[in-house]
Design a protein around this ligand. Sequence first.
Ligand code: HEM
Length: 332
Amino acid sequence: MGLRLLMLLLLLLPAQQLVAASEAAANVPIYFSNPGAEVWNAVRQRDDLVLPARTQAPRPDDAVLIDIEGENFRHFRDEKLTRYGGWAMAGILILLALYHLVHGPVRIVDGESGSRIERFKRYDLILHWVLAGTFLILAVTGLLFLFGRLVIIPWLGIEAFGPIALAGKWIHNLLGPPFAVVLVLFFIRFVGKNLPRAADIVWLAKLGGFLGNSHPPAGFFNAGEKILFWLLIVIGAGISVSGLVLDFPFVVDSAREPLRLAQVIHGLTTVALMAVIIGHIYLGSVGTEGTLQSMTRGNVDTNWAKTHHSLWYEEVSSQQGKPEKSADPEKS
Ligand code: HEM
């Protein structure tokens, strides 16, 4: 009996030791000092690195192994720009559709007279439509980069998205420089007609007649068109410069920071100009009766001129006399 008790004690003692040891081990936090983690921390936060990374490659950023700013950029582009840019454009479309539904198009006072007056030369029409054409193609291909994955892949499938995106990229890259050139020509041609005049203050104070359905006097371009012109020039310059940097990255040594900045500026400015141009396309076509012919035929009905640009109409008719005959080459 005494021997059995001794054996039991001899077995229980180490068992109790084992249980105590395992209990203690379970309560102690497991901490592995992983040398790999320190290396990766040093690689990610390069400013803390005592010894800077060295490389045989001479170009900027080649010694940066992990670019932590890239994650912030991805967040801005994929989450902020797509979401708020999409909302801005959809918001403008919805507002215009509601306005059109409630208000309808702005009519020519007294309707068409049948006599016409020259407004734009052939060169003006070519300039406008080349600028509009390049901008619209750039806008569609640009939107393809921003929303293509979300829209095209579920719609046409991933196999179709590849070639479409590649074609879009080539078209976008090639059309960027012509857009910048036409923008400069457009500026030179129309800057004179877009300088501010006293009548613009009255026009703006009356919000272009938006409230009360009046038609405040305006010269060749009204204050709204002048604002469009200057927005186009200033935002268009931002789009062009940032786009050219992205097209020809060697001008900034292909360094990440200026390229990222160019991409942020390009994204914000293009979304802003697209929202502005959506409004312009509406007002230049279905939103205002008789306006589109100004840019398709180069001439307008005299009653249209009296309604929207009365000061310009007075100027022209005092110089040339009131137009009796049609100035429309298709009709005369
Ligand atoms: C389908 C698309 C477009 C239509 C239907 C359209 C229509 C028009 C019309 C009718 C005018 C003449 C307005 C007047 O006689 O007072 C005009 C002028 C103008 N358009 Fe467009 N347009 C379009 C696209 C664009 C685009 C994409 C841009 C710019 C990227 C643009 C920029 C301008 C500018 C700046 C003016 C002259 C206003 C000024 O200089 O102040 N247009 N457009």
